[in-house]
Design a protein around this ligand. Structure first.
Ligand code: UDX
Length: 435
């Protein structure tokens, strides 16, 4: 099938690459020229495991090509995916100007039949607005369908998630649109992955409701962790016990510094805002978001309590990305932690396998901040080590070696990545969350 993907950001690029890899002919539209040049060379502007390989392969086979012309993209295919940015405004409301702009451009040049598919996360009933825009700006002979096909991709495993989905959701309003999705996703449904056909409004809601629910689950376990600390129970055992209940499940019950990234913080705020605009009080989610923010202040309070005076202390930080296997630092706990500790005069030694470059843009190296490629060099002479992101290499660290190189073997683990018994056995002063 011929497919156009508008926007080569995280979602657009993974969608374009994976659909090309399943045998479709994909045209990907990106207006930022520096990004476009990188893509044309077969390189990925973002770090995502496996993406460069799939891009290179499909550029070589001619299954994917890149352009800055939305006109070409609009003419190329019947099915067009909108993968443009939907940033958050100050009120938490999604800024949909890029969605409107893309719909308008498509309308102006479209001929025949077009299926416009919302892939970016948008508030419920955005499809109505898109339809209205298309009608207003298009030639009356053009037939449009608007559908919602939300993505559920996790950064770091986006290609796997695309090709092994728990479910594919397609919210459609016509048989013609439904048939396009059935054909497009046949390589996946044939393998047994479910394709759920819904209305556009339900599909839009499924995305926001799913992400907000996962965020809620994280905040819930973090509150249980607070209680565990007070009563002397171990949150890992509690989570395991809860997780065995199939109705609850163990996933997303990891206590720690809470959620960050480009999705959960933004989606939960947008969902609260959307509910509010529709007269529904979703203060349950407001509370979840508040709990999440308080994880960072609580962790900082723990550091202060343990170190007493922060000024001039050498603190090593392992992990800057919002989670492992990504270079993304959007809404990462490390940002707040580094900001606060530098304000208090600490000397910070930072290490992250992939996120250093992005982090350097926010916090350039200076007298107080130094970056290290080698995780042990970063810890040399440190008064404390903070584990902020649970990258595999950190979780599997040689603790004996770590202890021998630190001035004080004090480890404050924000992700419950290490075993307390092992730390005790090795003589490390160890603190974690809810244990
Ligand atoms: C998320 C959704 O999982 C995905 O379906 C959606 O489309 C995009 O948003 P992502 O942001 O890549 O994906 O990260 P995810 O792996 O879901 O983790 C989100 C955050 O929650 C991370 O900051 C992670 O550290 C945190 N988290 C996750 C916890 O604190 N505890 C957990 O148990 C799980």
């Amino acid at each position: 099938m011929k497919i156009t993907v508008i926007g080569a950001g995280y979602v657009g690029l993974v969608t374009a690459a994976c659909l090309a890899d399943t045998g479709n002919e994909v045209m990907c539209v990106e207006k930022v020229s520096s990004k476009l040049e990188t893509l044309k060379k077969g390189e990925s502007p973002i770090y995502e495991p496996g993406l460069t390989e799939v891009l290179k392969k499909n550029i070589a086979s001619g299954n994917i090509r890149f352009t800055d012309s939305i006109e070409d993209g609009a003419k190329f295919a019947e099915a067009l995916f909108l993968c443009v940015g939907t940033p958050q405004s100050d009120s938490g409301k999604a800024d949909l100007s890029q969605v409107e702009e893309a719909a308008r451009h498509i309308a102006e040049v479209a001929e025949g039949y077009k299926l416009i598919i919302e892939k970016s996360t948008v508030p419920v009933n955005t499809h109505r607005r898109v339809k209205m825009t298309l009608k207003r700006y298009a030639n009356p002979n053009v037939v449009f369908d608007v559908a919602s096909n939300p993505e559920f991709l996790r950064e770091g495993s986006a290609l796997y998630d695309f090709t092994n989905p728990d479910r594919i959701v397609a919210g459609v309003e016509s048989e013609r649109a439904k048939a396009i999705f059935e054909e497009l996703y046949k390589p996946f449904t044939e393998k047994g992955f479910p394709l759920l056909i819904t209305t556009p409004a339900a599909a839009e809601l499924i995305k926001h409701a799913s992400n907000s629910f996962l965020a809620l689950k994280i905040s819930y376990i973090n509150m249980v962790a607070d209680l565990c600390e007070k009563v002397g129970a171990d949150i890992e055992l509690v989570a395991e016990g809860m997780g065995h209940d199939k109705r609850i499940g163990r996933a997303f019950l990891n206590a720690g510094l809470g959620y960050g990234g480009s999705c959960f913080p933004k989606d939960i705020k947008a969902f609260i805002n959307m509910a509010d605009e529709n007269g529904v009080d979703f203060s349950l989610l407001q509370e979840a978001d508040y709990i999440n923010a308080s994880r960072r202040t609580k962790y900082l309070a723990k550091i202060e309590d343990l170190l007493w005076i922060i000024k001039d202390k050498k603190i090593c930080i392992w992990g800057l990305a919002f989670k492992p296997n990504t270079d993304d630092i959007r809404e990462a706990p490390a940002i707040d932690i580094v900001r606060e500790l530098t304000e208090q005069g600490a000397e910070l030694r930072l290490c992250d396998p992939k996120a250093e470059e992005n982090f350097r843009r926010l916090f350039p190296e200076n007298g107080q901040i130094k970056y290290y490629d080698d995780m042990y060099k970063a810890a040399e002479g440190a008064d404390a080590l903070l584990l902020i992101t649970e990258w595999k290499e950190f979780v599997e660290a040689d603790i004996k070696k770590l202890k021998s190189i630190m001035t004080l073997p004090l480890v404050i683990d924000g992700r419950n990545a290490f075993k307390p018994e092992k730390m005790k056995e090795l003589g490390v002063e160890y603190y974690s969350i809810g244990r």
